[in-house]
Design a protein around this ligand. Structure first.
Ligand code: F6R
Length: 605
């Protein structure tokens, strides 16, 4: 979604803003712009990519204070006029905004009645006009008045011609952080934008207003009382957000999976037990859990479905899995001893955050599985288990998803053991297999060349079905999403037993079916499903466990994963599908890291 960068300092602002925006490209965008204080506010903006913006900058932009934005269109199509920054009619105020102002129509009418003229279709322009309307010389006072009038989600960065050395900013339900430097300070939507300049940040809570000058950062509440905050230090190195010689971030992140998994799993295994030191949920509380609601969006929802299978099996606690966008509005039945598990790589997904708040409103304990430290979801949860995947830049998640799966395994074992359902001998065996998950994933990375060659054959495929049963079905959902989101090939995941209840009518000569068959008790049934689609002309790529070579009699190609506990197979299973999606997308000339219409961090509902 939209990306914001702001700079106040002694360097030229424009290059810092452009470089910061480049680092936020992964969030997805369709237009970009910057505004810099240089004897008045100079703005340049355009529909298209940052390269288009750079081309449009014909002269040196000289000035030490500025704001920049990448826009992901919500109100009004991508166009030069709708791009940010937006100005007040008199040009005195300039605003960048991430989020949606829900009451913008009524505010627009009000401002029009005051004689203000608008040029864009955006909700953001009303903020610039409103800010100007209320402005009486003090930026913080004005921001307080503006916030009082607007409803919705926002991260705002504002310039005012009469304060050429300052930026005022605020956030509510949209991410924004403050980067701290020496004689320079920053705002940004996400850490990678500023990693090159600083590792020290203030994380803002909702409606905290920041007044940024080159040598000071002041944070105020809505009563203009100054707030003191702790500095949050990140230890990521710059290369964590660089491609490191890979063509795309997605491939780098696929390859990083074994390492991310080791970082996520190993510190939580101590003396053959699962130790989740960072959470306060005790064994006694686990025993009392009546039902678990796992809530997430997209791939995180797919990881949650694997979580349901594993937790129900090991801990015998009923688990419901909900899409956050449904959960938040369907008045879910939440009871006192229920636990809500929120899963989110970014920790900022608007629907997921709203679902968390819905659960908390009902007094339900919330445990979240999050990758981005200090994100909104992490901060608002009772307990957080971090997935130590490091920054994930490609829009399509890979290591984020894999590490979420591994936390599901850890949690299921933790719950099962708290409920005394797993003996110490069994626990040793589970842990032995769990520790091998990163190696299994690493082994599957070896199929890269074979997969690359295979995708040449399938680059023009029109329809793909990914089928599986049980955990394999959950893995199929994620494999199918990877394919459609980055290669734009139509793909559907199906519970294999459900295929003949309608969908098999779509299978014809040339349809590709990817069949996942890692669950031994369901193996024969899956083989029968493969025969059914083969009989209708489908080509079949199968993913199975070493030792089940009989599948070669029915499938055209087989990829084998190492033998492991059946509860953990989804991790290795996914790698061939990630590679398949990646190479198909490359073959088709798609922009792998930034697929059309998609955004990395979906901060609007
Ligand atoms: C797909 C993908 C999305 C995200 C979803 C939730 O590759 O990345 O489906 O999984 O938007 O995002 P987070 O996990 O950040 O809440």
């Amino acid at each position: 979604m939209c990306g914001i960068v702001g700079y106040v300092g002694t360097e030229q602002a424009a290059p810092v803003l452009l470089q910061g925006l480049e680092k936020l490209e992964y969030r997805g965008y369709d237009s970009a712009g910057i505004a810099v204080q240089q004897n008045g506010i100079f703005t340049v903006k355009t529909k298209g990519r940052l390269a288009d913006l750079k081309q449009k900058i014909k002269q040196d932009i000289l000035g030490h204070v500025g704001i920049g934005h990448t826009r992901w269109a919500t109100h009004g199509a991508p166009s030069d006029i709708n791009s940010h920054p937006h100005s007040s009619e008199n040009g005195r105020i300039s605003v960048v905004h991430n989020g949606i102002i829900e009451n913008y129509m009524e505010l627009k009418e009000f401002l029009q009645q005051q004689g203000k003229k608008f040029v864009s279709e955006t909700d953001t322009e009303i903020i610039a006009q409103l800010f100007d309307y209320y402005y009486q010389g003090d930026l913080v006072d004005t921001m307080i008045k503006v916030i009082d009038k607007i409803r919705g989600a926002y991260a705002l960065g504002v310039l005012c011609e009469e304060h050429p050395e300052e930026i005022v900013a605020v956030r509510k339900d949209s991410p924004l952080l403050v980067g701290l430097g020496k004689n320079e300070n920053y705002i940004a939507s996400d850490i990678p934008a500023l990693l090159e300049y600083t590792r020290d940040y203030y994380l803002l809570e909702d409606n905290e207003i920041v007044l940024l000058k080159k040598d000071s950062v002041q944070i105020f509440d809505l009563h203009k009382k100054e707030i003191k905050k702790d500095i949050f230090h990140v230890d990521w190195d710059v290369s964590a957000a660089e491609k490191d010689g890979y063509d795309y971030f997605m491939m780098k992140e696929i390859v990083e999976q074994p390492e991310s998994l080791r970082k996520t799993i190993f510190p939580r295994i101590k003396e053959n037990t699962i130790q989740l030191d960072q959470i306060e949920l005790t064994a006694e509380q686990v025993k009392k859990i009546n039902r678990i609601h796992i809530v997430a969006c997209g791939s995180a929802w797919h990881a949650s479905i694997v979580g349901k299978y594993v937790i129900e099996k090991l801990a015998r606690i009923p688990v419901e899995v909900d899409l956050a966008s449904e959960f938040r509005y369907r008045q879910p039945i939440l009871q006192k001893d229920d636990l809500c598990i929120i899963v989110s790589q970014s920790g900022e997904t608007a629907d997921t955050l709203a679902a968390l708040r819905e659960a908390k409103k009902h007094g339900i304990r919330v445990l979240s599985i999050v990758n981005v430290v200090g994100s909104s979801i992490a901060r608002e949860s009772d307990d957080v288990i971090y997935t130590w995947a490091g920054p994930e830049i490609a829009v399509a998640t890979t290591k984020g998803y894999s590490t979420q799966l591994s936390v599901m395994y850890l949690l299921a074992l933790y719950f099962g053991s708290a409920k005394e359902l797993i003996s110490s001998q069994e626990m040793m065996e589970y842990i032995d297999k769990l520790k091998k998950v990163p190696d299994d994933v690493e082994k599957l990375l070896e199929v890269e060349e074979r997969m690359k060659a295979l995708t040449e054959q399938y680059a023009n495929t029109k329809d793909v079905f990914v089928i599986g049963r049980g955990i394999d079905y959950a893995a199929a959902l994620e494999g199918s999403l990877k394919l459609k989101e980055i290669s734009y090939i139509h793909s559907e995941a199906y519970a294999a037993g459900e295929l003949k209840h309608g969908t098999i009518s779509l299978v014809e000569e040339g349809t590709l079916v990817i069949a996942i068959a890692t669950q031994q008790n369901l193996f024969e049934k899956l083989v029968s499903n493969i025969k059914e689609v083969k009989a209708r002309g489908a080509s079949v790529i199968a993913i199975a466990v070493e030792g089940s070579e009989s599948i070669e009699k029915v499938a055209d190609e087989v990829f084998y994963i190492p033998k492991t506990n059946e509860l953990f197979t989804a991790s290795a299973t996914l790698v061939p599908m990630q590679l398949f999606a990646y190479y198909i997308a490359v073959q088709r000339g798609c922009d792998v890291d930034k697929p059309r219409n998609l955004a990395k961090s979906v901060t609007v509902e």
